[in-house]
Structure formats: structure tokens, C-alpha cells
Design a protein around this ligand. Structure first.
Ligand code: ATP
Length: 332
């Protein structure tokens, strides 16, 4: 990785200073609000804190205000009220000082299909007036290597799979050393293999100390790669914190494995167990406050063939359902 040119490091002394304080949040918003001209309240009083070094999942169904928040954080649109600081600097006022330290992949990379992956990056790098042309080739080669595209660098971008295109977009975001990477739905539209590649890359970048802020509507994905998460619905933040803490706040599910699901469900309800759901070969429910062995005994006494009985660990999805009282729409 190259160093920032000295002149630039000096002119951006506040972001550099923020780097010295590892406790300073990389993103902090206070009552951040955006109402669009049409009257739509897209983001409503957001207080977001993204710790340095975290992989932060910004979670919410489509239309919950994630992209609007990211646009405000990147200085692309003005908030209606409230404030946002990125790398310790106020946005959008400090956009020019902050953005050189931030790599962003928002709404898919803009690529020229008729150019090779390498030529796309050379072109992209050349569009950056602060990038030294003498080190351009080395910079592009390093970025291609980073995302595992070195072997495919000479291929035209239009021949790339969606996952490769997304990795090329990431390479463009990584042409310079970054303190923060902002990825808007980075695995959208990718097949499972492509998703795995992007996740592995995110973990690798994070292990180098880059803070990664990624939006997603996939709970599973957030649980797999993120250390921290925030949950949005309808423009409001309903929870944020370490993923482990969010999950710990949710109760798991009581799971009874049995071929006699109808009888098991009836007995559980008789025992006062709430939220009984019948599935194939198992019945799940809210774990009761009373002694679990009594509930198990009641099932056995009623002639239910209990093949398995226990409380499953809560997932982030359980936490989300507990927070919102509704399921998570993963469509789209
Ligand atoms: N330019 C705009 N003008 C008016 N309303 C907008 C504009 N952009 C977004 N909205 C509205 O603001 C709300 C939040 O949209 P936003 O795109 O921020 O959500 P999102 O969580 O990123 O969803 P998605 O994943 O679908 O992009 C939605 O109701 C959307 O219709």
C-alpha cells in the first residue's frame, strides 16, 4: 500500500488527527433528518455511531432510508436538519477533505464494457487529479491483485461475471489507501459464490484496519461479516450496537422435533406456551418462563413422540422480529 502524498496528508490534517484517536467514531450523526421535496420523510432523527475498525452493517428493508443516509454521509445531498461527521469532520462542509480517505461503492460500479478491467482502473485513476501518473500502473496492479482479478485483468469488463464487476468496483474504491469503505448493497444480485467472495474480501479489508460500512437487506449477510449493526425501518433507527449484543437481547426459540406436530402444538398451547408455530416434523414457540422439563414431561405424558427438545440460540433475525414485531422482508 502506498502512502498518501505528504502535501495532501498535511492539508487534511483533521482526518489525520482523527486517525490518532482510535476511540473516535468514524461516522457519527446527530438527529440527522432528510425530507425530500415531495414531502417524503426518508430519514428521521438518526443518531448513528460507527466505531473505528468495525464492520458495520446498515440493515433495513427496501425504502427504509439507507441510501438516503449514505448520500448524506458522502456529502452528495444536504440533510434537512441534524448533523453528520465522517472521520471527525462535518459533512457536507468537509466533503473535499474527507472523501479522499473514503472508498465508496454505491449503486454498482460505472464500468466501460469495451475496456479491460485494467484499462477501466487506469482510466478511473487518471480521473483523480491528485493521483500521481508515474505510479498509476503499480497502483492499478496492486488493486487488481487485492480483489483477486490480476489473472482476468486483460479481459473486457463486459465479459466479467456480476461478481467480478463488483470486485472491479471495489478495486476502484481501493486504488488509494482508505480509512473507510462505504458499500451500498455490495452483494446485490450476486450468486452464492460471488457473495462469498465479496464477504471474504470485506473481512480481509477489515483485518487490515479499514472500517467498513455496508448496507444490506440480508440479515444473514450482516450476521456473517459484521461486528456491529444498526437496524432501520421507515427512516428511523430502531437498534444499533455489537451484533453479539443485539442477538443476546433476543430470546431464542423453543424447538420440539416430533412426527406428532398437531398434538405437540395442542399440548404446548395447553401449557400456556405462546407463539406456537407448526412446521414439518417440528413445532417452535416462544421459550416459556417456567421449567422446561415440565413442558417436556407434559408432551411425553400426552403421548407425543419427542425426538428433540430444546431452545435454539437466537439469530439476528429473531432479534429483528423482537424489535419490530414483524418479519424481515428479504425480497428484492
Ligand atoms: N430523490 C428522492 N425524492 C423523493 N423521495 C425519495 C428520493 N429518494 C428516495 N426517496 C424515498 O425515500 C424513502 C427512503 O428511500 P431510500 O432509497 O433511502 O431507502 P433504502 O433503504 O436505501 O431503500 P433501497 O434499498 O430500496 O434503496 C423511500 O420512501 C423513497 O421512496
Amino acid at each position: 500500500m502506498e502512502e498518501l502524498p505528504a502535501a495532501e496528508a498535511e492539508s487534511n490534517d483533521s482526518p489525520a488527527r482523527a486517525a490518532i484517536d482510535p476511540e473516535a467514531p468514524v461516522i457519527a450523526t446527530r438527529a440527522l433528518t432528510k425530507r425530500y421535496r415531495g414531502g417524503q420523510l426518508a430519514v428521521d432523527g438518526l443518531d448513528l455511531t460507527v466505531p473505528a475498525g468495525s464492520v458495520f452493517g446498515f440493515l433495513g428493508p427496501n425504502g427504509s432510508g439507507k441510501t438516503t443516509t449514505i448520500r448524506m454521509l458522502m456529502g452528495l445531498i444536504e440533510p434537512t436538519s441534524g448533523s453528520a461527521r465522517v472521520l471527525g469532520q462535518p459533512m457536507p462542509r468537509a466533503t473535499r477533505a474527507v472523501l479522499p480517505h473514503v472508498g465508496a461503492l454505491i449503486e454498482g460500479p460505472a464500468l466501460y464494457g469495451f475496456l479491460s478491467g485494467r484499462d477501466n482502473l487506469l482510466r478511473y485513476d487518471a480521473a483523480d487529479p491528485t493521483a500521481d501518473p508515474r505510479t498509476r500502473r503499480a497502483r492499478v496492479a496492486a488493486a487488481l491483485d487485492r480483489v483477486g482479478l490480476a489473472a482476468a485483468a486483460g479481459k473486457k469488463a463486459k465479459a466479467y461475471s456480476l461478481g467480478m464487476k463488483q470486485r472491479l468496483g471495489l478495486a476502484a474504491a481501493l486504488l488509494r489507501p482508505r480509512r473507510l469503505l462505504v458499500l451500498d448493497e455490495p452483494t446485490n444480485g450476486l450468486d452464492p459464490q460471488g457473495m462469498r467472495e465479496i464477504r471474504a474480501l470485506v473481512r480481509e479489508l477489515a483485518s487490515d484496519g479499514t472500517t467498513v460500512f455496508l448496507s444490506s437487506h440480508l440479515l444473514d449477510e450482516i450476521e456473517q461479516v459484521c461486528t456491529h449493526a444498526a437496524v432501520m425501518t421507515q427512516g428511523r433507527l430502531i437498534a444499533q450496537g455489537a451484533v453479539g449484543d443485539l442477538v443476546a437481547g433476543a430470546r431464542g426459540r423453543l424447538v420440539v422435533t416430533t412426527p406428532d406436530v398437531t398434538d405437540a402444538a395442542r399440548v404446548l398451547k395447553e401449557q400456556g406456551v405462546a407463539d406456537v408455530v407448526v412446521e414439518e416434523n417440528r413445532v417452535t414457540a416462544e421459550p416459556p418462563d417456567r421449567e422446561l422439563s415440565d413442558v417436556n414431561a407434559a408432551l411425553v405424558t400426552a403421548g407425543v413422540r419427542v425426538r428433540g427438545f430444546g431452545v435454539e440460540r437466537a439469530s439476528l433475525e429473531d432479534a429483528f422480529v423482537a424489535l419490530t414485531g414483524e418479519g424481515f422482508d428479504v425480497a428484492g
